[in-house]
Design a protein. Sequence first.
Length: 434
Amino acid sequence: MSQLKKKLFEKIEEWRPRTTRLLKDYGDVKLGDVTISQAIGGMRGVKCLTTDISYLDPFEGIRFRGLTIPETLAKLPKVPGSEMPYVEGFFFLLLTGDIPTDEEVNEVAEEFNNRKKVPAYVFNILRAMPADSHPMTMLSAAIVAMQKESVFVEKYNEGINKMDYWDPTYEDALNLLARLPEVGAFIYRLKYKGGEIIAPDPKLDMGGNFAHMMGIGKPYDDLSRLYFILHSDHESGNVSAHAGHLVSSALSDIYYSISAMVNGLAGPLHGLANQEVLRWLQEVYEKKGGKIPTEEEMKEFVWETLNSGQVIPGFGHAVLRKTDPRYMAQREFCLQHLPNDPLFKYVDLLYKVVPPILVEQGKAKNPWPNVDAQSGVIQWYYGLTEYDYYTVLFGIGRALGVCANIIWDRALGYPIERPKSLTTAMLEEIAGIK
């Protein structure tokens, strides 16, 4: 070990007890309107962001412009011949707060089609990346590579009035959102399908075109629409949304901001939960020898798991106090399209037995399944067996909400984010530690 690294390790070992003591014994001490535990603990629960795009209702789940997920799916115009709404119409709702008419949806879908041509250099960059590059690395690189296309940068350099910043930001957002499905599908086909690329179909909507370019037949088009809508936004405080908002607050353009959003989403504490749940389910399935257990057998297994100090992944949520409506929307899709899939049967059993057990155990404030408890299982059923790719799907959807938020941030003139920091010694002084 080098002298520098050795010295650093010694400092870390000395410092850790100070932080631990502050959290354990002085966490409730106030620093103005927040506490020491909130300052050290990731700003959990600090109300200091504003968004009108979505709100996480503890009892109704995520609301998009005031509408619950069931209301959103019911009210938005459906793609002809499909059960799910246009993603383009959903973006209209996020931006305006209004349910679009059929005419307005068709106009937005046509505008997306007119903007969706991806520059050839983006594909060249992706082809030049190492074959073992993570798909999220590829997605982030593709997005930031298109920064040279930014309309906002061009207008800003020309001296545009700050009250009009939202206009070129809107242009950048629509250009990027229209291109993301092809970029995402290209990454998948390049990395996992031997480079056999499927060209986009100009006649299809965003969700339908994505399924087409992925090479997966119906009803995967409806699943794509549902997946993008459900993962689009979750207030502003989650890492991906906040990262996009933070970078954008410096007047960085959409490409920089959404690339940052993707980078935050790639972390294992954020966007990787669905694949971790799926991996756990498959391990359980193998332990059971591929047999579908009875409810009593599953209850015994859950108790054994909990009593051994392990957790049941996919259950619990920091805010929600009911089953995540995103989970329920996916559950309804599964009951209709893959009711006999063995892994879904496991998910279904866990949905029935885990919440009462967690309530009886008394440790979980919210014992209900969240969105990640099921989303990976559906992708696996339709042939997407590459875990690492799942977060790319999440990223395409999340870009819808973050882009809508950034456009409104610019429209309302929100300033650069710049919270104030304190040293550990200052916290100790405020806490009264000698």
